[in-house]
Design a protein around this ligand. Structure first.
Ligand SMILES: NC(=O)c1ccc[n+]([C@@H]2O[C@H](COP(=O)([O-])OP(=O)(O)OC[C@H]3O[C@@H](n4cnc5c(N)ncnc54)[C@H](O)[C@@H]3O)[C@@H](O)[C@H]2O)c1
Length: 349
């Protein structure tokens, strides 16, 4: 029997990964999430049914999802005390986890990253426990999501911004300063991933997603919240900062595709970008959505809101040339999907 582990499996990326694994495999999936941000599987699993077994929920008529609600660090602790804790506790017959996807993290949008950086720094403790455990358990493959926030911020400023390439982070050279405690924890995580691969022989893949978005993303993120404001035909249209700051938006379906491709090819803890390679400013994003909504709003900049770096976008040459991978969903197509969802949200308000 193959069993995959998805930490943070009820969050945005995690639940999209769980749904993908349900669709493309017949394996069991052990999901861990404390639901601090994520939503219970009953809100995103089709034809949801579950039964309680000890402290977990076994989900679906085919009983493929085992959901344990709690702090990932606690179950890592139990597994450290007893390496076959999960197998014996939940009658699961497997030797080691197949794929381990580690999405449990304190993320949040800009407001969280700048508003409570010390809370975000707790990611260091989650990741340290996680890497310590994988070096003992040795799953078949491990995915560590780093972030574009790990890149040096001086390459993303108003005066100087470049398309960020994988080589702009090089642990053999001087490293730049990443974006707040969030970026520091991701950079540290990448370093630990390389140690786990090199010193402990674990297969680890790192990814640096840029701005992932999708229909089911939380409204604290800019894309779904801008879509909702356009669907409401807000006028004036509020934007954080001048709106000239830009990001590289990539649809979650493409992010999941790229993760699967990366895990088949990268085992040494090194990282690749996941982006579109295109810089889109927030003003352009508003233009895309208001065009779909069929009106031309007046823009109202909110200059006291946190905006982060000026321009953050990926150079996708390495991924394109080496692996022949490109995102399939254009920004226009992806945003149209998010807009449809925003209309649905409005109807249900
Ligand atoms: N979404 C993106 O575009 C993006 C970009 C770059 C990196 N990433 C990385 O991908 C990962 C997932 O991001 P996301 O967008 O899905 O965030 P998210 O906040 O939607 O998901 C994180 C999940 O982890 C859970 N969680 C937090 N702390 C926990 C703990 N101690 N124990 C158990 N569960 C816990 C939350 O409840 C949530 O469900 C993160 O590591 C993030 O840094 C995401």
């Amino acid at each position: 029997m193959k069993v995959h582990l998805v930490s943070g499996g009820c969050g945005f990326v995690g639940r999209n990964m769980v749904k993908r694994l349900l669709k493309t495999t017949n394996d069991k999936i052990f999901v861990v999430d404390d639901l601090s941000v994520g939503t219970h599987p009953s809100t995103w699993i089709e034809n949801f049914s579950s039964k309680i077994f000890k402290d977990i929920e076994i989900i679906g008529s085919d009983e493929r999802i085992y959901f344990w609600k709690g702090d990932f660090r606690n179950i890592l602790f139990y597994m450290r005390q007893n390496p076959t804790y999960i197998q014996s506790e939940y009658n699961l017959k497997f030797e080691r986890f197949s794929n381990v996807f580690h999405f449990a993290a304190i993320v949040g949008g800009r407001a969280k990253i700048e508003g409570d950086p010390m809370m975000v720094a707790l990611d260091l403790s989650i990741d340290a426990e996680f890497f310590y455990w994988i070096c003992q358990h040795k799953p078949e493959r491990v995915l560590y999501p780093s972030s574009s926030a790990a890149y040096p911020i001086d390459l993303q400023s108003t005066d100087y911004a470049i398309a960020l390439s994988e080589g702009d982070i090089d642990f053999k050279k001087n490293l730049g300063t990443p974006d707040m405690t969030y970026g520091w924890s991701k950079l540290t995580g990448e370093f630990l991933a390389q140690i786990a691969a090199k010193h402990y022989g674990v297969s680890v893949t790192c990814i640096r997603p840029f701005s992932g978005y999708g229909e089911d993303q939380d409204l604290t993120y800019p894309v779904p919240s801008i879509a909702l404001r356009a669907a409401r035909k807000d006028n004036p249209f509020e934007v954080w900062g001048s709106g000239k700051q830009g990001r590289d938006f990539v649809h979650i379906d493409d992010v999941i595709d790229c993760i699967m491709m990366a895990m088949d090819n990268i085992h040494d803890g090194s990282a690749i970008n996941i982006g579109s390679g295109k810089l889109t400013s927030f003003l352009e994003l508003i233009e895309i959505f208001s065009k779909i909504a069929g009106y031309t709003p007046e823009i109202k900049p909110l200059l006291d809101k946190p905006v982060g770096v000026h321009s953050r976008y990926a150079n996708m040459d390495y991924v394109n040339n080496k692996y022949g991978w490109k995102p399939k969903i254009s920004v226009e197509e992806g945003m149209r999907r998010v807009y449809e969802k925003a209309l649905e949200r409005l109807k249900n308000e």
